[in-house]
Write a protein that binds this ligand. Structure first.
Ligand code: DP6
Length: 331
């Protein structure tokens, strides 16, 4: 019981999207989702307990966290305190290498790393599934970053309450001999106008397209599992792209509309379509921001990256491979 721990976790990009909750407090989603964890943009989080402190202290990249970011982290630490039966306040130091709020899932790596560091510091020894369930409470997509490679997050069943909580967690998904890369085009690393949390609430409440998308997402997930097992990257990409475009359609139909895609995003989508016409396996997915992530074969990744750089001047392009799940560092 050293009351201190440091953990690292990486972002994941959903190929079947999570968009919409059925329970906000427990972060229970309306649909299953499936993602690939990346080998880039790690978040490293150190938690140590301070017996004498009256409040948690949180530093994000060296600056004191305030407002909503602080509130979410303290609420998460409260959950860990409740489970461990230990009342101490914590000092949290977290370092992110991904632009925060740019739709690059820094909350996924952030809460996955915090869940592992905090539970360890508070003396809890959760297995990966229980850790995933807990990370979910911080940010839904964090449930998937507990695992490396491909992971599926089960929506589970039931309304709120303990049963709903227990049934909603992520776990690894079997994939065949895929050798994928994800080329990330950061077209605009600025913070977003509407948080994904608020945007998904508005979409569920007001978009007439939400129900049909959620229904088709179930079929997409089943088809995706098959495509992964067969290591059929064209099928994986095609399903991922249609699922993402459908999610953006639900947002565009919300009232008022939520639009994350920028002109540069569409320019990148055109470049991806041209790559496909030239016989390259390349498919796009977009999250709550203007950046575009392009799934392709590992051998084609550098070619895809240079095409994207040329297509969207001013963007920065990163090549990611499947990465590891959340893990502890030696103190
Ligand atoms: C578009 O996990 O950030 O990236 O649960 O409210 O914290 P909260 O939302 P978050 O949403 C991610 C949405 C998405 C799609 C996905 O990652 O599945």
């Amino acid at each position: 019981d050293r009351a201190v721990a440091t953990a690292v976790a990486q972002p994941n990009i959903a190929l079947i999207k999570y968009w919409g909750k059925r329970d906000e407090e427990l972060v229970l989603p309306r649909t299953d989702s499936l993602s690939m964890t990346l080998d880039i943009f790690p978040t490293t989080t150190r938690v140590h307990l301070d017996r004498t402190a009256l409040h948690d202290r949180v530093a994000l990249n060296g600056a004191s966290a305030t407002g909503e970011a602080l509130r979410r982290i303290v609420a998460f630490l409260d959950l860990v305190r409740e489970r461990s039966g230990r009342p101490e306040r914590a000092v949290v130091d977290t370092r992110n290498t991904v632009p925060t709020g740019a739709g690059l899932a820094s909350s996924a790596s952030g809460f996955a790393a915090l869940a592992l560091a905090a539970t360890t510091a508070y003396g809890l020894d959760l297995g990966p599934v229980a850790l995933s369930r807990l990370a979910r409470r911080g940010s839904g997509s964090a449930s998937r970053s507990v695992f490396g490679g491909f992971a599926v997050w089960h929506a589970g069943h039931g309304a709120g309450g303990p049963d709903g909580d227990l049934a909603s967690y992520a776990e690894p998904v079997p994939a065949g001999d895929l050798d994928p890369a994800l080329v990330v085009a950061v077209v605009n690393a600025g913070p977003k106008d509407v948080s994904s949390r608020a945007a998904m609430r508005r979409t569920v409440d007001t978009s007439p397209l939400y129900g049909p998308w959620a229904a088709s997402s179930r079929d997409d997930l089943a088809a995706m599992r098959t495509a992964l097992l067969r290591a059929d990257l064209d099928a994986v990409g095609e399903i991922a792209e249609r699922n993402a475009l459908g999610m953006h359609a639900t947002m565009l139909a919300a009232r008022p509309a939520v639009r994350y895609l920028a002109p540069a995003s569409l320019t990148v989508l055109d470049a991806v379509a041209r790559l496909r016409r030239d016989g390259v396996c390349a498919y796009a997915t977009m999250d709550a921001g203007p950046n575009v992530k392009v799934l392709c074969r590992r051998v084609d990744a550098e070619r895809v990256a240079s095409v994207l750089r040329g297509a969207a001047p001013g963007s920065t392009v990163h090549v990611a491979l499947p990465g590891p799940g959340a893990r502890l560092l030696d103190e």
